[in-house]
Design a protein around this ligand. Structure first.
Ligand SMILES: [Zn+2]
Length: 290
């Protein structure tokens, strides 16, 4: 009898479930950021470097016993710095490599401890993973100020940990797709160089721990062409820290790095004593292509 009374509990149950569903949706919503720029913007997941005069070069998934030294050698040869988003468990396996990256004047960012998509992690698991990552990176002297979740997929717990640690979430605008089995040096360079402009963030990988075996070899072979062509076009290329530093001369930038470094205090210059090269920043063309 009285269907209205029967309907009432069902309605209130539905009403109770709506905020729950909304909360669950919100938890995973940041995960859509890599494919949905408005969502990335809503959760402050940057795809570009703010106020940058150059292009940010970033590498994920290291350190790797073969890939990282090979990438570091090209960067040293080209006198370019980059940001390395490190994986905590790989840092624990190769702490000396992580320290080498820092000593060479590159910037360190947090990627994760274990490389797993955050859509499959609860808030507690997410917090635990990032805490372990921070501990592993801290053990080699890194003090990161950037965060990039695996696959660019974040959840609310990860963003909350990032905020508490003052890590800026940074995704990318140009994916070389060097992690794919079919990637070639040409395909990687072509993807990166297409419609690139100041403030863009390049994503590459110096490791194949979580991608096609040996994929870092194509990355290493693509790098010289990428850096040469960007230099030819007059772009400054460097770590996120370097291209967002508001300083007039390389020496000023280096001194600033010493003062508020994201890594342990280093010499501030390259191990060979040479100042880090800044690309012809006054020749940078206006951004038109985001
Ligand atoms: Zn990754």
């Amino acid at each position: 009898m009285r269907p209205a009374n029967l309907a009432a509990p069902r309605l209130s149950t539905t009403r109770a479930l709506v905020p729950l569903a909304a909360a669950a949706g919100a938890y995973w919503l940041p995960g859509a950021a890599p494919i949905a720029p408005p969502i990335a913007a809503a959760f402050a997941l940057r795809r570009h470097a703010d106020r940058a005069t150059g292009i940010a070069l970033t590498f994920d998934d290291g350190p790797h016993p073969d890939g990282t030294p090979a990438v570091l050698a090209v960067l040293r040869e080209m006198n370019v710095t980059a940001t390395f988003f490190l994986v905590g468990e790989q840092v624990e396996r190769s702490p000396e490599l992580a320290a080498t990256i820092i000593a060479a004047g590159h910037e360190i960012g947090v990627h994760c401890f274990r490389h797993r998509c955050l859509l499959r992690r609860s808030p507690r698991e997410t917090r635990a993973d990032l805490t372990r990552a921070a501990t592993a990176l801290g053990a080699v002297g890194a003090r990161p100020r950037l965060y990039r979740p695996p696959y660019g997929v974040a959840n609310l717990a990860a963003l909350s940990v990032a905020r508490r640690n003052h890590w800026i979430p940074l995704l990318w605008s140009h994916d070389g797709r060097d992690w794919q089995r079919r990637a070639t040096p040409t395909s990687i360079a072509d993807r990166i160089l297409r419609r690139i402009s100041p403030g863009d963030v390049i994503l590459l990988h110096d490791a194949d721990h979580y991608s096609a075996p040996g994929s870092w070899r194509a990355t290493v072979r693509a790098l010289p062409r990428v850096l040469h062509e960007l230099n030819e076009r007059g772009f400054q290329v460097g770590s996120h820290r370097e291209i967002t530093a508001r300083h007039g001369s390389p020496n000023d930038a280096i001194r600033s790095d010493d003062q508020d470094s994201n890594n342990v205090p280093t010499t501030g210059s390259r191990p060979d004593g040479q100042p880090r090269m800044r690309r012809r920043r006054d020749a940078v063309s206006p951004s038109t292509t985001r």
